[in-house]
Write a protein that binds this ligand. Sequence first.
Ligand SMILES: Nc1ncnc2c1ncn2[C@@H]1O[C@H](COP(=O)(O)OP(=O)(O)OP(=O)(O)O)[C@@H](O)[C@H]1O
Ligand SMILES: [Mg+2]
Length: 254
Amino acid sequence: MAVMTLAIANQKGGVGKTTTAINLAAALAQKELKTLLVDLDPQGNATLSFVDPNPLKLSVYDLLLQPDIGVPDVVQSTSLPDLDVLPARISLAKAEVKLVGEIDSHFRLKDKLDPYRGLYEYIVIDTPPTLGVLTVNALVAATHLLVPIQSSYFALEGTDDLLETYQKIRSRPNPDLQFLGVVITLHDRRTVLAKDIKKQIRQVFGDKVFKTTISKSVRLEESPAYRQSIFTFAPSSSGAIEYYSLSEEVIGRV
Ligand SMILES: Nc1ncnc2c1ncn2[C@@H]1O[C@H](COP(=O)(O)OP(=O)(O)OP(=O)(O)O)[C@@H](O)[C@H]1O
Ligand SMILES: [Mg+2]
């Protein structure tokens, strides 16, 4: 069984979910831990960092919608030997509508992953900026939730809704789901505001906040354009050091 299936979620857009999913998955794979990155965001940005989606016949959309399609039909290997990806395409946007009203709509990902969990030590799921059926699928399939929070004004806005969804998932479809932690992202060490916000986040989430904070860094912003994780694109940058250190904390929290 996988040690951990980690859903990376926050319905607020642009807080670093995908950047965290990509670089955490890459960090784990570089430690030779067999890792599966699941892209549940129709924008497909996590996919783009590791696979060329154009020639793909099948994607996560087909996995969720077609009963006879399984993980082996959709999974793609990457340049990292220990990293596989379940890729997303824009078609995934249709899944929200198609799954509404299906009795098992929230269990689709879990049911498809279950037979293959033994092949991976870590499964990392990137989610879209909504609390819709795709994010719920991630939370039902996951063992742990990791929430990136951007170090900015209104950082905590919306976290109540996210925590409410987390509690609902725990009370019914997935009682074992655990809150792994909060990672502060896009942090600008130079500003007083950023320091204040960090303090606020710590007041709300206490020791759930990871010690590692991800700084704002041009390298992290650039790396997806070059189809790379930060570890190959800029291995000695602050982003690489911080995401490596986050991966150590994640492993240590299981
Ligand atoms: N630490 C960082 N430093 C600089 N830029 C960053 C950092 N983290 C993320 N970014 C950039 O900020 C933007 C938003 O990040 P990202 O796509 O990871 O957020 P997201 O939460 O997945 O967004 P969405 O909600 O749209 O899926 C991207 O352009 C990304 O490259
Ligand atoms: Mg994203």
